[in-house]
Design a protein. Structure first.
Length: 274
C-alpha cells in the first residue's frame, strides 16, 4: 500500500510533551527516556472523519534523516489502524504505545498515514485525496530535551476541521493534516456539560488569539489538553435545543488539571414551550 508521510511542519500546528511521574525504575535503560504516544482530536462539522494511521516515527537529534534505520518507529505497516478522529474526545485518546529513545533531544517527528482516508457527511462516504507534495514528507524540528530515566507523553492533536479542504465545486475533499505542536509541559481543563441532551457539544478554551477545542462524549465529559498557564474563556456550543454558554476566568497551571463546576445549559428560546 502506498503510504503518505505527514511530518509535523508548516501545515501542522501542536505536539505536547508532558513529563510523567513514573519511577525511574520503569525505564529499562539509564541511557534512555520513555515516550508514550497519543492521538487526540479537535471538533469538525462532519459525522465521521476516518484516517488510516500506519505509524509514528521519531528522529533523535544528531541522526541523519536520510538514514532510514535512524528513525525510531512506533507501529508497523502490517498493523494498519483505522481511526475515526471524532471519537478521540474527552478522556478517550488513541494510544499508539510506548518506546524508549536515547536521552538527549528529539529532532523530528512524523506521522505515517495510509491512503484509505475519508469523511462521512449526510450519511455518505466521501474519499479524501492528498496533494502529491505531501508524500515526500514535510518535517518539523522539535528539539525537545529528553532526560535519561524520565517518561514523557507525546500527544498529537489532529485538528480535523482545519485538515479537510473542499476543492472548489469539484466535489473533491483534500486531506491536509493540521496538528498542534508544543514541546513543553502543559495544563488540562476537564469538565462536564449538562444536560446530556445537549451532547455532543463543542467546547473551546480561548485565551487571547489562541483557541483549542474538543467535543463532549456521551456522558457530557470533555478534556482539553496542551494548554499554557493563564485565564481562559470556555465557550460551549451545544445542539440547537440549547443556548451557547460562555464561562470566563477558568484558571490553568502547567502540570495541573483544572476541573470547573459542571456547566449547565439553558434551553433555546424556541424550545421553552411558551
Amino acid at each position: 500500500m502506498k503510504k503518505l508521510i505527514y511530518s509535523i511542519s508548516a501545515m501542522l500546528a501542536t505536539v505536547f510533551f508532558l513529563v510523567s511521574c513514573e519511577d525511574k525504575e520503569d525505564i529499562q535503560s539509564d541511557a534512555n527516556a520513555k515516550v508514550k504516544v497519543y492521538l487526540i482530536d479537535a471538533p469538525a462539522s462532519y459525522e465521521e472523519v476516518w484516517v488510516e494511521v500506519l505509524a509514528v516515527e521519531i528522529l533523535p537529534k544528531g541522526e541523519n534523516e536520510q538514514n532510514g534505520s535512524a528513525w525510531i518507529t512506533l507501529g508497523h505497516e502490517g498493523e494498519d489502524k483505522k481511526l475515526n478522529l471524532l471519537s478521540l474526545v474527552a478522556d478517550n485518546p488513541f494510544y499508539f504505545g510506548e518506546i524508549e529513545v536515547p536521552a538527549g533531544e528529539i529532532s523530528q517527528i512524523r506521522l505515517l498515514l495510509g491512503d484509505d482516508n475519508y469523511i462521512v457527511d449526510g450519511g455518505q462516504r466521501i474519499d479524501l485525496t492528498s496533494p502529491s507534495a505531501q508524500q515526500s514528507g514535510l518535517k518539523l524540528k522539535i528539539d525537545k530535551p529528553l532526560e535519561a530515566g524520565i517518561a514523557y507523553d507525546l500527544v498529537i492533536d489532529f485538528d480535523a476541521s482545519k485538515s479537510i479542504v473542499k476543492a472548489g465545486n469539484s466535489g473533491q475533499y483534500i486531506l491536509k493534516p493540521v496538528l498542534r505542536v508544543i514541546a513543553e509541559a502543559s495544563a488540562t481543563i476537564e469538565g462536564t456539560v449538562l444536560p446530556l441532551e445537549a451532547s455532543p457539544a463543542q467546547v473551546y478554551a480561548i485565551i487571547g488569539m489562541d483557541t483549542v477545542g474538543t467535543f463532549t462524549d456521551e456522558n457530557g465529559m470533555f478534556m482539553i489538553r496542551g494548554l499554557k498557564t493563564g485565564s481562559y474563556v470556555l465557550l460551549v456550543e451545544p445542539n440547537e435545543l440549547y443556548q451557547v454558554k460562555k464561562i470566563e476566568g477558568v484558571e490553568t497551571t502547567v502540570g495541573q488539571v483544572t476541573k470547573p463546576a459542571p456547566i449547565l445549559l439553558d434551553p433555546s428560546v424556541a424550545d421553552t414551550g411558551d
